[in-house]
Design a protein around this ligand. Sequence first.
Ligand code: BGC
Length: 850
Amino acid sequence: MAFNIEETLSKLSVIQKIKLLSGLGWWHTEPVEEHGIPSMRMSDGPNGVRGTRFFNGVPSSCFPSSTGLGASFDIDLAYDVGVALGEECRAKGCHILLGPTVNTQRSPLGGRSFESFAEDPTLNGLIAAAYINGVQSKGVSATIKHFVANDQEFERFSISSDVSERALREIYLKPFQLALKHSDPWALMSSYNRVNGVHVSENTWLLDDILRKEWGFKGLIMSDWIGVYSTAESIKAGVDLEMPGPTVMRGKAVERSLAAQKLFISDIDDRARKVLELLQKAYASGIPFNAPEEGVDTPELRKLLRKAAADSIVLLKNEKNLLPLTSESKVRSIAVIGPNAKYAFSSGGGSARLLESYTVTPLHGIEAGAKEFGLDVKFALGATTHKLNPLLDPYITLRDGSGKGALLEFWNESPADGFATTQTNLTDGLKPCVWSCTTKVSNCVLLDGVDESKVEKDCFLRYSTVFTPEESGTYEFSLTLAGSGNLFFENKLIIDLSTAPTPGDYFMGLGTAEVKVQVPGLKAGQGYLLEVRANNHDYVKQVPIIPNWGGLRLGAVKVVEPEDALKEAIDLAKSTDVAILVVGLNHDWESEGYDRPDLELPGLTNRLVSGVLKANPRTIVVNQSGSAVTFPWINEAPTVLQAFYGGNELGNGIADVLFGKVNPSAKLSLTFPKRLEDVPSYPSYGSKGQEHGKILYNEGVFVGYRGYQVKNLTPMFPFGFGLSYSTFEYSALKCSEISAEGKFTVSFTIKNTSNVDGREVAQIYISDDEASLPRPQRELKGFKKVALKAGESRSVDVGLDREALGFFDERRGEWIAEKGTFSVLVGASSEDVKLKESVDLKNSLTWRGL
Ligand code: BGC
């Protein structure tokens, strides 16, 4: 239903207009029923559409983490992923998707590094634009986030990113700027942090002067969740929508600001107009309001998920051409080893996580791939490397035997004396609960999904389930709470988190630390009763910034003697033709809410890898992480792959590359350093690098590969690096003259010199040979992914403009491309330059805006 925005605005009372400026609960905008204004729905983002629930949501597709999609360097794939996300939004009645994330990775340690596409602004911005165009082709609004310089989780609501204007413009604002140049996102999310002392959500310079006036952004600006810290200031600066609801900084506070003339009705009109403009688009999309949520699962979607998983895998080493494993490889038996083979780590942690519609573990993917060649696959864990104990999901059933999962019951008052603390068998004699539900998961993030008409925020809860282990032995159980309470095993208290629990990382840094206890003598196939009895009083009192029902996370893992597990894996590797190690991190190591302390692989991973490499020279290492880690054994490893968090189909994606169904074509979207000290932002990063509430961005524009190159540091693997089963030859570089407006074309030829079809990502770097200030040695300004049949050769044209030549001149307050000579470098990575040409810019060019 199209409506006239100005007419509608003129009919609304001031109170109704103010209502439009805040959220209704976690995932909706406030409606104004009297005028027929409905509530728009939104969902995270960025690698899937979780829908309106963290807890017990409708299952969704999970695409590879953004660093993986970035590594594909594939604009068409990013568009197709965007389209699929748009379709899933439609199925979930969702008008606004909270993605993509484009915060430049200043350090691989960032808890959310996996969420952005690349450390390079051009790759980050261009992939984001394609993703946005895909999402919005389905009538759904994308929300580019988090604007801006939100590159670490440490003290994320308050930290000030102290950065020069030049670095801000060239490195941190640039991905947003490019995305806005090549797409038209209908919404943007401001970030939590401060920039040079001023919170972004009240930063007029960033939101109004740069974003709206200089760049001409026409869309809606929403806050990050609980990221509005002022009333008049945030409205003046241009934050249209405070999220989530109920409002804390708006509502009555806006009325007070109007009375004090800190705000005027025109300010309210400006903000409300943006909400109505987005509503206009929501109407045009035809997506119903308050619709039931559904998932999407079609053969085409599965195909796309599988393609995305395989196309985001980077082949780092293939020294002995062990890969691909084909019928000619003379391989009969395969050992699959490692904790990341057994679990499906589909995405990083925090708001990017969702309940996947299905998953394929690397072990299952490899087993299925191997079956086609009649190969024998055996598995050994080798080491346990989890940060928090693995979840119980596959092993829990309801106590009444009616199916998989657990029962969750809620009371507003204690259902029995000593509910959370005694050892009494509480099966009987409890007061009836006010509300209950079943769940299939043992990680219950109760931010939503609870019937708020029945359950008060300050409540008691019981989670009960039957745990049936697959193997006999001693198990280590663990409990983590956003609240306080206890874990009972067969009605015996085994973990006490009821008094003075230690704060920890759980619940995006707002919950307790995990407490573990071992229980011996469990028998395979036998059911054991587990109960968590908790209340969230202390949680609600102490962490009032997030209004919800708290949360609980139950884990369990079979205790293995580390040396035995290592030996078992090494023995297995010795006995098979090939060993495939699948190691890495997971969503507990890389998550919103906290940063990583170092670049190490966890636990005994490195010992496991070294041991298996010694045992079997035909060992393939597959590393799974959303961002860079270090490989101390790299010189001994002949065959290495980097798989990011690959989404639903991660196991099949890995198998497709290993067995040659897919010829790898991805290239690293971020540098893999040799050691943490080499990372350009070191040491001024994260908790160790903060200086009383600020982080100094001392490295300026020398971020990512720009920082390694200026110091002549060789990383373990450079940005843009990745091998293929094909080989390519570059030739015939030609550059057209630069036009008066700064436009020019770079042309060259690529030939597939192998006998297998493949795809190559050609990268165009520019270097300013005569700059008046220090500039990076070379900067990525364009790229093209080219599919070439065996032996095929193709000429490639890439159009560039003044943006490829310019830098931000702080004195002039504008961009400048200085006249003189520039080198055009065409390469297979940031370090592997294949062709070089010079171009001359006859007259300097200056500009503002996109
Ligand atoms: C994150 C956002 C996310 C929002 C809603 C915040 O904690 O920073 O990226 O969209 O929560 O889940």
